[in-house]
Design a protein around this ligand. Structure first.
Ligand code: CDV
Length: 309
């Protein structure tokens, strides 16, 4: 038995004018709640410290850089790292990372229970566009502000298990899960900011978006026999609604806990990481059953190649 109590710390909306210090106070309140519930690990969403700034079109790089963190922890987040270490709780936090040599990534980190960063992931699948798009109901400029992650999909030994991370749009791509599945991942943690309405198709509203969220996360968990903890930043940010629906899913793809609100909300589940073993040893025993001689297109081709007419 390898018991672990994990908490998904969903955050409600963060307005553009709100400071990191105000947000960190809310994150501390969720951490305190998690401590009372015996959590070993608290997972916060993508870009947890600020509003979802890629919805805003900016041309001044100095202004863009104000949304990024050049150190982690830094003055704003140190109280969270300190409180987590004091409570003996590990953290996973999403933030916009500006590296010392000037690179911009959409990043998620994992700490151990002392507050030491033991894992880093940089978002690989960046959705959206680079230039202002007049056809969309609102902008999604991740391709403008971030570079694709340069770390692949690593996994990390931590908390007695094997952990991996992804960020938002990555959860829709089976490749993200499988690359970690091939490294024996036992728990994937991820954050997301998903607009409640598709900016290019207004009939695709929150119900369908919540459905796609569950579908992707449950399938990824089942097909790789891993726990997945998916954590939203939710609610109305300056008139732009984001879905909630944070989830903790087991290796059978079954939902153990699901958020009910679009505000700050803590979901907690105590799991046994050994429950990942059965699926990994049977139907998803990759070594016995995968047929890589037929998977070449997955890594040699991006777009669709149609058959000859
Ligand atoms: N932050 C994101 O990556 N959001 C995307 C939206 C644009 C679809 C998502 O996959 O939820």
């Amino acid at each position: 038995m390898r018991k672990l109590t994990v908490a998904a710390a969903q955050l409600g909306p963060i307005q553009k004018a709100e400071s990191r210090e105000v947000v960190v106070k809310r994150m501390l309140a969720l951490l305190d709640d998690a401590r009372g519930k015996g959590a070993d690990l608290v997972v916060y969403p993508e870009l947890a410290l600020t509003t979802f700034f890629p919805r805003w079109y900016m041309t001044d790089q100095t202004e863009v850089d104000t949304w990024f963190e050049s150190e982690m922890p830094n003055a704003a987040t140190q109280p969270l790292f300190d409180a987590a270490a004091k409570a003996n709780i590990a953290l996973s936090i999403g933030y916009a990372e500006l590296t010392p040599d000037g690179h911009h990534f959409n990043t998620q980190i994992l700490t151990d229970k002392t507050g030491k960063i033991v894992g880093k992931y940089r978002k690989v699948h960046l959705p959206g566009h680079v230039e202002f798009d007049t056809e969309r109901a609102f902008q999604h400029l991740e391709k403008r502000y971030f570079e694709p992650g340069d770390l692949g999909f690593p996994v990390f030994r931590a908390l007695g298990g094997i952990f991996g991370m992804m960020v938002c749009n990555d959860r829709r791509w089976p490749e993200s899960y499988r690359v970690m599945g091939l490294q024996g991942v036992e728990m994937i943690v991820l954050g997301y900011n998903t607009p409640s309405v598709n900016s290019q198709k207004s009939v695709e509203g929150p119900e369908q978006r919540l459905f796609h969220n569950r579908l992707s996360v449950q399938a990824g968990a089942y097909q790789n026999s891993t726990f997945v903890v998916a954590v939203a930043k939710a609610g109305d940010e300056d008139g732009h609604p984001l879905i909630g629906g944070s989830l903790i899913v087991d290796p059978n793809g079954v939902i153990l806990a699901e958020a009910k609100t679009e505000g700050d909300e803590l979901l907690v589940a105590t799991v046994d990481l050994d429950d990942t073993k059965f699926g990994k040893d049977t139907i998803f025993d990759f070594k016995r059953h995968r047929r890589i001689e037929h998977y070449g297109r997955i890594t040699s081709q991006t777009g669709v190649v149609l058959p000859p007419e």
